[in-house]
Design a binder for this molecule. Sequence first.
Ligand code: IMP
Length: 196
Amino acid sequence: MRIILATKNRGKIKEINAVLSGTGIEFAGLDLYPDMKDVVEDGITFHENAFKKARAVFDHTGIKCVSEDSGLEVDALNGAPGIYSSRFASENASDSENIGKLINDLTGVPYEKRTARFVSVFCLYDGREARYFEGSVRGHIIDSPRGTSGFGYDPLFVPDGYEKTFAELGSEVKNKISHRAKAISGLKEFLEKDQR
Ligand code: IMP
């Protein structure tokens, strides 16, 4: 089954394909469509942004597609950066700039109040109907980055039940317990039934 994966984020593509390996479901990247313009993510929820990306890619390619919108919600910051996670420090911020801003905004907040969750929302769109698959993982935000694996805020996030950050735990552990892995497992189940 050929499905377009509506993202150019290499970190996400790698994780999604790792979780789907062996299922017979093939996700083609957007690199096949270099003329596809970036979608403006101006929705106010993860669901809205995921749908906007999926619809834009379907309209361009005519092929069933899957998109994902994700982010980090920090309780002490009233849910920020949330939908603004990739552009927290500035419009084209790098991961390390976003990490720097998060550390700064949480200065003085004690460990027990540094709770947060990663959220992932997938949208599957076939031109008629949109279906959503969600996942989340709770944890704490530490005050200086640790580890080199993964992407985004991974070096600051210690998932509940662990002492290491996602960036220290590495892809094998992250891909079992992450928000994205949980959301994909719902998507995978749906697609496998759909294939029969
Ligand atoms: P999106 O591409 O608009 O969905 O942006 C998601 C942003 O949320 C990423 O650029 C990261 O900053 C953050 N994020 C989402 N998932 C993860 C993750 O698994 N690890 C670390 N950061 C993440």
